[in-house]
Design a protein around this ligand. Structure first.
Ligand code: HAM
Length: 456
């Protein structure tokens, strides 16, 4: 009889005959992994040691920027109640989510973003805290997107929510922090665009689009799908006037393109944010006023902004955010809120495009090796002392001949080699070699940590 995958398990039940046999085989844990499962699932990635070194380095620099603006880190669950994400955006969003039912039939979703989760956390825990409350996060997000360069199904966001103030000073600080993040990462080619949903809504209203129909159009505007927008507008609307507004390069041109439409103070708000940004060191010529920023998510209400890496083509948007309202979803009284999220993976792709040097994995500080079995305990004791003194120590688990040991230390990129064999044991010492200078000292094993401390 031919062995089936399941049948290879000694304790496995024998396969029933016919079609069911194949089903049972797939349902039961196979003793080996099918070829396709050897790859990470579509839209996800593995990160090797070098990539992780680079990611952690950039992340550490970006965390310091958040902290320099008075933000504190929070973490929320990887999955949430599905309703948290559908409440504002409607059930249509489920297609874009990793939504599932758990074993108790709860409807859940892997988080596609963190604004709603952080607001849930805020209303649950921090409502009474003095405002503004400033929170940041570094977290993986999941979207059932069509994967391509810079677009993944699992990706990381570094983002923040500012709760309790969304005035022109608070918003300018937020935008400046976004610029500061991209700057701290070392990216030189970037474009900051700033708009206001009040301008967009006023323009759509002036073209006869009722408030309830605006949401659908916003998505087309967000994508700058001008042809679809022309088709979707009411017959009497002047699509060219809208497109002129989106293409207007500055606040004066936006004002002209708006004509008589009443933007309810939106232009003045943008003006005030620009002035504060200038005071914070973000020059006016580094900000493009863009009345066509609609933002894809459904909770934005006021100033909105995006930072692009123009070299990245279709997936060039590195960062996006703005002033939003989500309190109604939690049945809470309104509170001013603003925030943004930076696509961490896209930032790394952009840095790579610009040729910002990558990172290599650091070798150990000390490579510790015994030349004989008798010397193993001494080497282990020295390794423990060195680690306690802060050194990164790689212990060679096998005994090695001296020549081979030094070859391996070199291969690992170690800074020092700690070595001992029968001769060193007899003399009551270990050999401690500086691999850069070639200097070698014989030192009592109890003093290796002092030697390490004196290395500079
Ligand atoms: P978002 O524009 O949907 O905003 O996402 C923010 C950033 O996440 C994007 O600019 C992009 O860099 C990155 N991103 C989005 N989808 C993907 C993907 N599939 N693969 C790789 N990167 C991606 C938000 O999520 C809002 N919660 C931001 C916010 C915070 N607004 C207020 N507070």
């Amino acid at each position: 009889m031919k062995a089936t995958a399941a049948g290879l398990f000694p304790s496995s039940v024998s396969d029933p005959p016919g079609r069911d046999a194949a089903r049972v085989t797939t349902l039961m844990a196979a003793p080996f992994i099918a070829d396709a499962s050897m790859q990470a699932p579509r839209g996800t990635r593995d990160f090797g040691p070098e990539q992780m070194a680079a990611r952690r380095d950039v992340e550490a620099r970006l965390r310091r920027v958040f902290e320099s603006y008075g933000y504190h880190e929070v973490q929320t669950p990887t999955f949430e109640h599905l309703e948290l994400f559908t409440a504002k955006s409607g059930p249509g969003i489920v297609d874009e989510l990793y939504a599932f039912e758990d074993k108790s039939d709860r409807e859940l979703a892997l988080r596609p973003e963190l604004t709603a989760p952080v607001m849930r956390y805020y209303f649950d825990n921090l409502k009474m805290a003095p405002k503004p409350v400033k929170l940041f996060y570094v977290a993986n997000c999941f979207r059932y997107d069509r994967p391509q360069a810079g677009r993944y199904r699992e990706f990381w966001q570094m983002g923040c929510e500012l709760i309790g103030d969304a005035g022109p000073v608070a918003v300018a600080e937020l935008v400046a922090m976004g610029v500061g993040l991209v700057e701290a990462a070392g990216l030189t080619h970037r474009e900051l665009r700033l708009g206001h949903l009040g301008i967009l809504r006023a323009a759509l209203h002036a073209q006869g689009v009722p408030a309830d129909d605006q949401r659908a159009l916003m998505r087309l505007i967000d994508k700058r799908d001008d042809d679809a927008l022309r088709d979707a507008l009411p017959d009497a609307a002047d699509a060219d006037a809208l497109i002129r507004l989106f293409d207007a390069p500055g606040l004066d041109e936006v004002r002209d393109a708006l004509g008589d439409a009443d933007a309810g103070g939106a232009l003045e708000e943008v003006e005030a944010v620009l002035a504060n940004l200038e005071a914070l060191g973000v020059r006016r010529d580094a900000v493009r006023v863009d009345a066509g920023i609609a933002r894809g998510l459904d909770y934005y209400t006021g100033v909105v902004f995006e930072i692009d890496a123009p070299k990245l083509g279709a997936e060039k948007q590195l960062l996006g955010g703005g002033v939003y309202a989500l309190a109604d979803v939690f049945d809470e009284p309104p509170v001013e809120t603003a925030g943004f999220a930076l696509g961490f993976d896209r930032l790394l792709v952009a840095l790579d495009e610009e040729g910002v040097p990558g990172f290599s994995v650091k070798g150990p500080d000390v490579y510790a090796v015994a030349f004989s079995e008798a010397a193993v305990p001494t080497i282990l004791a020295c390794a423990a002392r060195l680690r306690a003194a802060g050194a990164r120590v790689e212990v060679e688990p096998q005994t090695r001949a001296p020549g081979k040991a030094l070859g391996r230390a070199d291969q690992l990129g170690a800074s020092f080699a700690l070595m001992a064999g029968d001769r060193e044991l007899a003399d009551g010492v270990v050999a401690f070699k500086n691999l850069a200078s070639g200097d070698q000292a014989s030192v009592p094993p109890e003093t290796v940590a002092d030697r390490w401390a004196e290395r500079a």
